[in-house]
Design a protein around this ligand. Structure first.
Ligand SMILES: [Zn+2]
Ligand SMILES: [Zn+2]
Length: 479
């Protein structure tokens, strides 16, 4: 099973490149480490994930609003948030080869050893193990086996840059490492301009940047990524169903997020909750629960839902000198709201949806690769084919395509056998293929072929759009 899963990652990377989902960044120059570009189908998939998320969590809810803040923020934001002081990894450097390692990972990596007991022969020894000839353990650089390692130094994961024309300390700015802080610093603006009442949430979708030392696993961990974050503010003095409001809403958000991922296709067996241990919690968190997904690389985080308490608003109030409170009219008191933070990565969500949707099947002795995306997420909703390129079929097919295009993302294909065209659409997850054939010429009906069941039905051209939209709405994940 593990072997199969690793295979799937390689297949996804290859399919992504071949069919225009994801390309390596700056590939013609040899690529940029752990940066990826979304191609024509990848950008559609990604836009769909963000659009559906925004619709379901912001537009469809009366207690939610959105913002779109700038990536560069006042540097004091990162002092107040704790990122300047705490968003660090301890690093050690080799004094000889200059390679840098995470201090807490260095013992686990295989190490190069020139063994004095065997006249200086070179060995590579598994991480954490001693040399079997001399019983020595690693003290030098694991990569070159010669250099001493420096004592650990804290390395900040924020990307640093300069605002304006002068590269001096006073002009230092950071690319935001998370979108969350913009919701906190805009708390008062949003509260006043929208005249909101607790509980309410502010959502944002946008790019964040982290100078990760060990990125990797395709789009799972990258230095530049997109987040979909919500800060949901609640009154900590209130109770809901007999529980403190923050605890009640925390569980509600975990359930809502879990439901959302299931609704758009993630299988029950590939998704689970993971409670953070007390010693694992961030300094601001009362409780954090991750939604983990079974990626091809194993179980790992898809999103986190944290109870950040009143830490952030209090910090920003202190550093800005502004009051960041809510006036509770019923109790006649100013309160600092608690905040529940559901934070998801767009790229990770995309990888999860893609790997969950990926299937290899046998159909009449032939292999078919299919991405069983939820139709709302599928980059192309409908492909339109003329069965053959004569007898007026291409003209009718072009008309069918033009009729659907204002409403649905359509793709026209007239090259190769129709079976091949179906397979190409299966491989990119197109849920419906419409074919114009000789019967169309007589009764103005077309066939609609279902990606998952491969069954075909005849539908009048006039009712085609309604037919497709109805089926999109009724889609169920095949087991
Ligand atoms: Zn070295
Ligand atoms: Zn040795």
């Amino acid at each position: 099973m593990a072997q199969q899963k690793t295979d799937v990652m390689e297949k996804l990377v290859s399919l992504s490149k071949r069919r225009g989902f994801v390309f390596q960044s700056s590939e013609i120059y040899g690529g940029t480490g752990s940066c990826w570009d979304y191609g024509p189908l990848g950008v559609e998939l990604k836009q769909n994930i963000k659009r559906v998320w925004w619709r379901d969590f912001v537009q469809a809810r009366a207690d939610m609003v959105g913002i779109d803040a700038s990536i560069l923020m006042h540097p004091t934001v990162w002092k107040a948030s704790g990122h300047l002081d705490h968003f660090t990894d301890p690093m050690v450097d080799c004094r000889a080869c200059k390679l840098r390692f995470r201090a807490d990972h260095v013992d686990a990596i295989p190490w190069v050893h020139y063994c004095a007991a065997t006249k200086g022969n070179k060995f590579t020894i598994a991480g954490g193990e001693p040399c079997h000839h001399c019983e020595q353990r690693r003290t030098l650089c694991p990569a070159c086996g010669k250099g001493e390692l420096t004592p650990p130094r804290q390395f900040n994961l924020m990307f640093k840059t300069f605002m304006g024309p002068v590269e001096e300390d006073a002009a230092v700015a950071y690319l935001r490492p998370e979108t969350a802080q913009a919701m906190f610093v805009n708390f008062e603006n949003v509260l006043q301009s929208m005249r909101l009442k607790l509980p309410f949430g502010i959502a944002q979708v946008g790019r964040s940047f982290r100078n990760e030392i060990t990125p990797g696993n395709f789009i799972f961990r990258t230095r530049e990524f997109e987040q979909m974050e919500i800060e949901y503010f609640v009154n900590p003095h209130e109770t809901v169903e007999g529980r403190p409001a923050d605890e009640y809403w925390h569980d509600r958000w975990i359930a809502d997020c879990l439901d959302w991922f299931r609704r758009y296709g993630l299988g029950e067996e590939n998704i689970r909750l993971r409670e953070h241990d007390p010693d694992e919690l961030s300094h601001y968190s009362k409780r954090t629960v991750d939604i983990d997904f079974h990626y091809p690389i194993g179980w790992s985080e898809l999103m986190g839902v944290a109870n950040r308490t009143d830490f952030d608003l209090k910090q920003h109030a202190q550093w800005s000198g502004k009051s960041l409170t809510y006036f509770d009219e019923g109790r006649h008191e100013h309160v600092v709201p608690y905040v529940i933070e559901p934070a998801a990565g767009v790229d990770r969500a995309l990888l999860a949806f893609m790997s969950d949707a990926y299937r290899e099947e046998e159909v009449r002795g032939e292999k078919r690769v299919v991405l069983r995306f939820h139709p709302e997420l599928a980059p192309i909703k409908v492909a339109v084919f003329p069965l053959v390129n004569r007898d007026g079929m291409p003209e009718i097919a072009r008309k069918v395509e033009a009729g659907l295009r204002p409403y649905l993302n359509v793709f026209y294909d007239d090259s190769g056998a129709v079976g091949r065209r179906y397979r190409r659409m299966d491989e990119v997850g197109t849920p419906y293929c419409v074919t114009v054939d000789s019967q169309t010429l007589q009764d103005e009906t077309v066939t609609v072929r279902d990606r998952d069941s491969m069954e075909q039905v005849r539908v009048p051209i006039a009712g085609l759009r309604a037919h497709v939209e109805e089926r999109m709405g009724a889609w169920k994940r095949p087991v």
